[in-house]
Ligand binder design. Structure first.
Ligand code: ADP
Ligand code: ADP
Length: 227
């Protein structure tokens, strides 16, 4: 599904040219659930921004479903992004003053759906994350774990080809973190959602099917964990 070929990424800081991704070769198949680990500053965010069509300033090739992305305009790129990737963040990035329903509905409205066309889709995805009874609650009435479920529902609403989760359990206690990882595993094994997640927590790794470790911009380890 995804293939990076000889990818290099540089940042220009004042005098200095930082080489932040070094000759990355990476193939990701549909149905994988990948953990990316590495120390702070090793290039994890840079890599997922690239994978998620946020960053197009790099050297080398990004093939998505066999096609080279001709990243001509930001407009085209953001359209591809909306149709292809769901994002989940450490701090949920939800709208605090809106209801659960409104938060999950928003990406549908962005993609051109009308208000009366959204209910079925929103309720289906809320069911999937175990929040059927919370649709009309305001976000503030929910626990951290429930808020992250809302964020996951929002990420899934446009039926993306894959999910990128940036430290999705970073703000959660260990029990809640495990619940969220089990939800990811369900989505991965039952619904065949491809998941790429960055984590600092080694306890989250065994839930994944593959571990990629990065250090100083290089992949230093890439191994299968579960079939
Ligand atoms: P990680 O997510 O693993 O913490 P990052 O991908 O954020 O690592 O950063 C990798 C390196 O690139 C770091 O040295 C960081 O300071 C640098 N970096 C990240 N973003 C930028 C940017 N926008 N401009 C300049 N340097 C950056
Ligand atoms: P993370 O928590 O994922 O490691 P960081 O704190 O490294 O993220 O970076 C947060 C944001 O700041 C990212 O968008 C990254 O690209 C940007 N950034 C990181 N380092 C630099 C830098 N040296 N100069 C400019 N932007 C940076």
């Amino acid at each position: 599904m995804i293939s990076l070929v000889n990818v290099n990424k540089y940042y220009q800081n004042d005098e200095e040219r930082l080489h932040v991704l070094k000759n990355i070769n990476l193939a990701i198949a549909p149905g994988e659930m990948i953990a990316i680990m590495g120390p702070s500053g090793s290039g994890k965010s840079t890599l997922i921004n690239l994978l998620g069509f946020i960053d197009k300033q790099f050297e080398g090739q990004y093939l998505f479903e066999g096609k080279v992305l001709l990243t001509s305009s930001d407009e085209i790129l953001s359209k591809i992004r909306n149709q292809t990737v769901g994002f989940v963040f450490q701090n949920f990035s939800l709208i605090e003053n809106n209801t659960v329903f409104e938060n999950v509905e928003l990406p549908l409205l962005y993609n051109g759906y009308k208000f009366h066309q959204t209910k079925e889709k929103v309720m289906a995805v809320l069911k999937k994350v175990g929040l059927s009874d919370k649709a009309d609650k305001h976000l503030k009435q929910l626990s951290g774990g429930q808020q992250q479920r809302v964020a996951i529902a929002r990420a899934l609403i446009n039926q993306p080809k894959f999910l990128i989760a940036d430290e999705p359990t970073g703000a959660l206690d260990s029990h809640t973190s495990e619940e969220i990882m089990k939800l990811f595993v369900d989505l991965n094994t039952q619904d065949q959602v491809t998941i790429i997640l960055v984590t600092h927590n080694p306890d989250m790794v065994p839930y994944c099917s593959r571990l990629i470790s990065i250090r100083d911009g290089e992949i230093i380890e890439d191994k299968a964990l579960r079939p």
